[in-house]
Design a protein around this ligand. Structure first.
Ligand SMILES: [Zn+2]
Length: 367
């Protein structure tokens, strides 16, 4: 079985994709997300920045059960632990051996949603003897993946970095040190957003280093985010960058490299957390979680490379078998009409607004 594109290029059949970066949240939000996720994806990397974060094997197991209850049993949740300064290597071993742990997520403290428990000092990742260093040694030993939120908050002299420079700084100063200190460790750079990041990946890709790309970073640049005024429903971490960054990411996605894959970073927030004086980063993407990527690959003229990007490369890196199911997509406009409701007593905390509300998406799941 392999991908097929109809003669007119308006219908596409691919193996069921995997989303290698997804925030399913919990409770009612998880129920809403789970159904849409399982419709489109055979499995997903489940992010651990819940409240509280997932830091023990028992929490991994409990969250996994919650995800399966929301998605149904044919969906494959690939679980992660949250790297803190005190994460216990014994818990990593236990979670990997018995509870389907796929990897560990690194969050620089304070730089994204629920990152207060993240690693305080990135240098601990490459400094022998620190707890995070020992965790990464264990992870390499277990052939599991380190997922990096590739951002630094501060320069070496302690000065605060411009948010548009956080990833570039990480790629230049932090990532090479992690790679060098842990040569046997598989590393995935998450939601790559800059041309410097794309250049690093092209120059250094290997069986031990890859990256995920979001649809929003392939489709948008900062002109879209600021057109007519700042748009909170286009606010993400990492931040949407310049057109030249978007074009570099498109080139990387269209390159056909086996070390580049789909990771939507779908991250629902209630409207009250978006339209407020301190807007949360992240937007629900799962309602069009594969359709938006088909739109981007169509724009790039790269639909023949879409199946590998969406359904094969990520699972291969993580040592997971690709799906033997397929999904069909058609090139057909539809408008995102629906917001999603959850129970809350607080004003505006009971509704989630999806990406492109009231606007068109150019590809659609076939009925
Ligand atoms: Zn994320």
């Amino acid at each position: 079985m392999s991908a097929s594109l109809s003669e007119t290029g308006s219908r596409l059949s691919i193996r069921m994709p995997f989303d290698m970066h997804h925030h399913v949240r919990g409770g009612e939000t998880l129920k809403i997300v789970g159904e849409m996720l399982a419709q489109r994806f055979a499995g997903a990397i489940i992010m651990p920045n819940t409240q509280p974060p997932i830091t023990t094997a028992a929490m991994v197991e409990a969250y996994r059960a919650e995800v399966i209850a929301a998605t149904g049993p044919s969906f494959q949740p690939l679980m992660t632990l949250y790297l803190t300064d005190t994460l216990d290597p014994a818990q990593v071993r236990l979670a990997r051996t018995h509870h389907g742990l796929a990897g560990i997520k690194y969050y620089p403290r304070g730089l994204t949603t629920n990152s207060d428990s993240g690693v305080a000092n990135p240098a601990s990742l490459w400094t022998a003897g620190s707890t995070p260093f020992e965790v990464l040694r264990t992870l390499a030993d277990l052939d599991a993946v380190l997922l990096l939120h590739a951002a630094d908050g501060f320069a070496a002299d302690g000065s605060e970095l411009d948010p548009y420079d956080q990833e570039t700084h990480f790629v230049r100063e932090t990532l090479p040190r992690i790679v060098e200190a842990h040569p046997a460790l598989k590393i995935s750079v998450e939601h790559l957003s800059t041309k410097e990041g794309a250049a690093f990946m092209s120059a250094n890709q290997s069986a031990h280093l890859g990256c995920s790309l979001t649809a929003q970073h392939l489709l948008l640049d900062r002109r879209d985010v600021h057109r007519g005024g700042f748009r909170p429903h286009m606010s993400w971490w990492p931040i949407i960058q310049r057109e030249e960054d978007k074009l570099a990411l498109r080139d990387l996605a269209a390159s056909g490299s086996p070390f580049v894959w789909l990771g939507s970073d779908s991250a629902p927030h209630p409207i009250g957390k978006k339209e407020t004086d301190c807007c949360a980063g992240g937007v629900m993407m799962v309602h069009a979680g594969i359709e938006l990527y088909a739109e981007a690959f169509d724009l790039m003229g790269a639909l023949d490379r879409f199946e590998a990007f969406a359904a094969l490369n990520g699972p291969r890196f993580y040592g997971v078998a690709p799906s033997d199911r397929t999904i069909d997509l058609v090139r057909e406009d539809w408008v995102v009409r629906q917001t999603f409701h959850i129970t809350s007593d607080e004003p505006r905390m009971d509704e989630i607004r999806p990406f492109r509300l009231g606007e068109k998406v150019a590809w659609k799941l076939a009925a």
